[in-house]
Design a protein around this ligand. Structure first.
Ligand code: F0G
Length: 352
């Protein structure tokens, strides 16, 4: 077929989708797995980047949302709700309107990157900005689901995890086996839970000969899983992972321990440096939170904790265009205006 199939069509037998139920899809998944030569050389290994910003709404959330909204549609839901730092809300809004449902999104006021806010507005979500952080929003979202006729599509909904586990399937399908290590950012801890589930399922089905170690990275100012306790006032420039009390904490710890992996933290400076490196060296522009896995790999390599000769898969979770305010922070844009003359333009860009 020339039409790109969504992940429910491609992985149907692995997903909780009834044979004749509705499939709400925007052609998600099948994202690029891109070899990263600069990073490979930096760590003396083989680094592959899973570019989830290539999904229909620009983040990995679409993998979970196609399944969660399809199941909600089969159950007759008329509205969905989520708490979000911005990407879940963008994805929920798109898939809900596609299904003819009303999306309601609860956002921490003033802490959402503008591109993500624009998505929720233009898709047509009912937006409620809350005086509180993501953790506060999630508490309210859970209570809304409990008391009102509305389906919760945060990653505490197991159908979200089911959809997101297909990221692991695609990596194994592409590389022929699991990598030695899988790295990714950790916020509410749904995605590390999902990837680990996917790796385990493919391994148990004989589609991989091994399971990777799971290395998760939180922002230093929002690192409850590193500290071992919730953080009441999480703070980081990577607003996507500005979360102090991850709902799937228990599963993230299990992923870490069962895989022999780790959960560590990276500073905002390390995150921004990794974002810049990914864009300027590998040609991959991601939002700040998405660079955490790369930041973590470089940090651990510098600390002498990364052996040579390993294969790494790193999920970069969201598109750089989601948060251009942060991307442009402290960067000079050339303000000189040059006339439309070939010699002057050549001089302006240093050609001679
Ligand atoms: N990266 C990005 C770009 C995200 O948006 C998120 C989470 C994560 C990483 C962390 O994933 O929560 O599964 O551990 N964003 C959620 C949201 C919280 O509301 O969009 P996680």
């Amino acid at each position: 077929s020339i039409v790109q199939q969504g992940l429910i069509e491609r992985y149907r037998e692995w997903l909780p989708i009834t044979p004749d139920g509705p499939v709400i899809s925007l052609g998600e998944g099948s994202t690029p797995l891109v070899h990263a030569p600069t990073l490979s050389e930096a760590v003396d290994g083989d680094v592959w980047i899973k570019v989830e910003g290539a999904n229909p709404t620009g983040s990995f959330k679409d993998r979970g949302m196609t399944v969660a909204v399809s199941v909600a549609a089969a159950e007759g839901a008329k509205a969905v709700v989520c708490a979000s730092t911005g990407n879940t809300s963008a994805s929920a809004a798109a898939y809900a309107v596609r299904a003819g449902m009303t999306p309601v999104v609860l956002l921490p006021a003033g802490k959402i990157a503008k591109g993500k806010l624009a998505q929720s507005i233009v898709y047509g979500a009912k937006i409620v900005q809350i005086d509180g952080n993501f953790d506060d929003c999630l508490l309210v979202a859970r209570k809304l689901e409990e008391h009102y006729p509305i389906a919760l599509v945060n990653s505490v909904n197991p159908n979200r995890i089911e959809g997101q586990k297909t990221g692991s399937f695609e990596i194994i399908d592409a590389l022929g086996d699991a990598p030695d290590v899988h790295l990714l950012p950790v916020g509410n801890a749904g995605n590390i839970t999902a990837y680990w589930k996917g790796y385990k399922e493919y391994f148990e089905a004989g589609k991989a000969t091994r399971k990777p170690k799971m290395w998760g990275f939180q922002a230093a100012g929002a690192a409850p899983l590193v500290l071992g306790h919730p953080v009441s006032e999480p703070e980081t420039i990577a607003t996507a992972i500005r979360i102090g009390n991850p709902a799937s904490a228990e599963f993230a710890i299990a992923a870490r321990d069962e895989s022999g992996g780790l959960i560590n933290s990276v500073t905002d400076e390390e995150i921004l440096a990794a974002q810049a490196l990914l864009a300027s060296q590998e040609g991959i522009f991601v939002e700040p939170a998405s660079a955490s896995g790369v930041a973590g790999l470089l940090k651990l390599k510098a600390a002498g904790q990364v052996p040579s000769g390993l294969r790494f898969a790193i999920t970069v979770t969201g598109n750089g265009l989601k948060d251009i305010d942060t991307a442009l922070l402290g960067r000079d844009i050339e303000t000189e205006i040059v006339s439309a003359d070939v010699y002057q333009v050549a001089a302006a860009c240093g050609l001679n």
